[in-house]
Design a binder for this molecule. Structure first.
Ligand code: PTT
Ligand code: SF4
Length: 609
């Protein structure tokens, strides 16, 4: 097999044992890598109904056949498990030297089962695997712990680790790398914490064998060049994802005041131009020539690496219009290893509950000190923070009364930074994302702003599926960053070409669509199994977008229409070959080569033909 290493490292933390499993070429061809591998492994190996924070959950770190090769932005990997936030499939995508080193060490994925009794670091150095005590690291933030690990294992070691949020099992704790890369919004850091796995260190000396090295180098160089020559390149290098703040404001999708409004009066205080005033550096994932990690000094004079989502959720969404203060919260989130999106959503939720008198605590919009205190309390799970550490859905359920009206989530995952009162297509994208409300699979909002913005036509469902196939399917399985394509305009056709040069396997974009559909059906089957059935409510956007109206901006007075949304969802199910409950039809599963999944799923729900 070329392109893939053809090997998965299997680790059992209970027994402190490991083994290497060969990957069958048919498996690689069917699932490609990354999310494809993870979805299948989690379906097969996590026992139905397993506690996500128990030893039977399986944590998968999976690269793809393009990861670590000298091709644009290929320093990425998928981190996946059953989510403690949603109880469904969860994953995230991280840029880290660990992705590159894993491939150099000879593996395509590392699969971790069991749980250690004591804190441990998993150290992988080519074929050598060891379990090192981590008592001295437990309790440390990710920045400090990573620096200590670098002293031990060298500057170039690939390191993935958790901070106190993961250790304390905060349900939206993430996995961190390189002091500013974060992955696994649906609580992958908590899964690591439940296994007492403080860190994974990977070092390798080899390199994956590829089908046609010359061709790969040629197309890779051409693609790097095309990125640099793009007309979008210079501005991207100035602002990166931070350019989205102004764009979101102009299009009334910038989340403000817990997703009550799509515009924020003080947006100038947190936008990309403000960031440029404070900028002191730029960081990047490995193998990338369009670095988007913009670093500024925060209000305490410390470095903080900013992205659009972080700033919108910890800024406008909580009514805070001071970038230096937002940067303090952002830095703390990375140090503690907690998702900025769910965090900003939870803080905004608490502020709204306070305003509406649902809770007694006084937490005012834009109150930086109160937000910082709440962040600390969430990470350390005390007071109101204990409740909020469970995520907004569980908090609302526990509080009861009016609280669920203000909880902005889908399937238990907090919505990321696009306000959708006036964006039905993007709302559908959130509602049908395979991990809960995340924009990564289908960022249709840019397209939607240029089309029938408030319409509910079939073309919106088609666009959501088209994007889910490309972003959630191809990019998550070949495992490369999607930003060269979506932000800079790199031609998609580069990817099948690079894939062929790496693996020798010919696959068109159409063929990748089929893989994407298989991955989506597999993930949907997992959700259905774990929830003992399915209902359309699970694929419905937060009620706030239906029940309240925008009070300012160009779409003042607008909200989502429940009846029309249901029609949009019908289109979506129809395109996917799922029935009116959102369950894949037997014929759909069989066509995708998932007859075995159909067999197992039919024990949980009646499958329509
Ligand atoms: C991603 C989500 C995002 S999406 C952002 S900012 W973005 C937030 N970043 C966080 C952070 O930082 N620290 C923190 N403590 N929590 C954070 N939560 C949020 O997590 C990220 C980039 C970005 S920046 C995006 S869009 C793209 N995402 C990609 C993806 O999903 N797949 C892919 N093939 N390529 C992608 N390229 C881009 O990567 P999650 P990263 Mg991230 C600090 O993990 O769980 O998927 O959530 O990985 O290395 O930080 O790069 O405006
Ligand atoms: Fe990483 Fe940004 Fe480069 Fe993508 S564009 S690989 S997220 S630095």
């Amino acid at each position: 097999m070329k392109g893939w290493n053809g090997a998965i490292l299997r680790v059992d933390l209970t027994e402190k044992k490991y083994s290497v499993q060969k990957i069958a070429p048919e498996f690689a061809a069917k699932w490609v890598g990354g999310r494809g591998f993870a979805a299948r492994i989690i379906w097969e190996e996590v026992p139905a109904g397993a506690d996500p924070l128990g030893p039977h959950n399986v944590l998968v770190f999976a690269t793809g056949p393009l990861t670590g090769l000298t091709v644009p932005s290929s320093g990425k990997m998928v981190v996946a498990a059953k989510s403690p936030l949603t109880s469904g499939y969860g994953d995230g995508n991280i840029g880290s030297m660990a992705s590159v080193e894993m491939r150099k060490a000879g593996y395509d994925a590392i699969v971790v089962k069991g749980a250690s009794e004591k804190p441990v670091v998993l150290v992988v150095e080519d074929g050598k695997v060891s379990f090192e005590p981590a008592d001295d690291l437990w309790g440390l933030d990710t920045f400090t712990a990573e620096r200590r690990l670098r002293e031990r294992y060298g500057k170039t070691a690939g390191i993935l680790l958790i901070g106190q949020a993961g250790e304390n099992l905060v349900r939206y704790a993430t996995v961190i790398s390189q002091e500013g890369r974060s992955a696994g919004r649906p609580g992958m850091g908590a899964v690591m914490g439940s296994k007492k796995l403080k860190a994974v260190v990977v070092k390798g000396t080899g390199s994956p064998e590829v089908h046609d090295p010359k061709e790969l180098a040629r197309i890779g160089a051409e693609a790097y060049r095309a990125i640099k020559e793009s007309s979008m390149y210079d501005f991207w290098m100035r602002q990166g994802t931070m350019l989205t703040i102004q764009w979101s404001q102009e299009n009334s999708v910038l989340p403000a005041y817990n997703f009550s409004e799509g515009v924020f009066d003080e947006y100038r205080g947190i936008d990309g131009y403000k960031m440029e005033e404070y900028k002191i550096g730029q960081r990047s994932c490995p193998l990338c020539n369009m670095s988007c990690g913009n670093v500024i000094t925060d209000a305490n004079g410390l470095e903080s690496e900013l992205d659009y989502e972080n700033v919108a959720m910890l800024g406008s969404n909580i009514g805070l219009g001071d970038l230096k203060k937002v940067a303090v919260l952002n830095r703390l989130a990375d140090m503690y290893g907690i998702d900025t999106i769910s965090l900003g959503n939870s803080i905004g939720f608490a502020m709204e509950l306070s305003e509406k008198g649902v809770i007694q605590e006084k937490i005012e919009w834009g109150d930086f000190d109160a937000a910082k205190q709440l962040l600390e309390d969430i990470v350390h799970r005390r007071g109101l923070g204990e409740l909020l550490s469970l995520g907004v859905r569980r908090t609302a359920e526990k509080l009861g009364g009016d609280a669920p009206k203000y909880a902005v989530h889908v399937k238990g995952l907090e919505v990321s930074a696009y306000e959708c009162h006036a964006a039905p297509g993007m709302a559908l994208a959130y509602a049908t994302s395979p991990i809960g409300a995340h924009h990564k699979d289908a960022w249709v909002i840019a397209w939607e702003t240029k089309t029938d913005r408030l319409g509910y036509g079939r073309e919106k469902a088609e666009k959501v599926v088209e994007f889910q196939r490309i972003r959630g399917g191809m990019f998550e399985s070949i495992v490369a960053c999607r930003l060269p394509w979506i932000e800079i305009g790199l031609n998609l056709e580069y990817y099948p070409k690079l894939f062929h040069a790496a693996t020798g396997v010919t696959m068109s974009l159409e063929d990748f669509n089929a893989v994407a559909d298989r991955i989506y059906a597999q993930i949907r089957a997992f959700w259905i199994r774990e929830h003992g059935g399915w209902s359309r409510e699970m694929d419905t956007p937060p009620r706030k977008w239906f029940e309240t109206k925008l009070t300012k901006g160009p779409f003042k007075g607008v909200s989502l229409d429940p009846g029309k949304y249901q029609r949009l969802l019908d289109y979506y199910y129809e395109i996917r070959g799922w029935d009116s409950r959102g369950v894949p039809r037997r014929t759909t599963l069989e066509k995708l080569g998932l007859a075995d999944v159909a067999e197992q799923l039919s024990k949980v729900v009646k499958l329509e033909p």
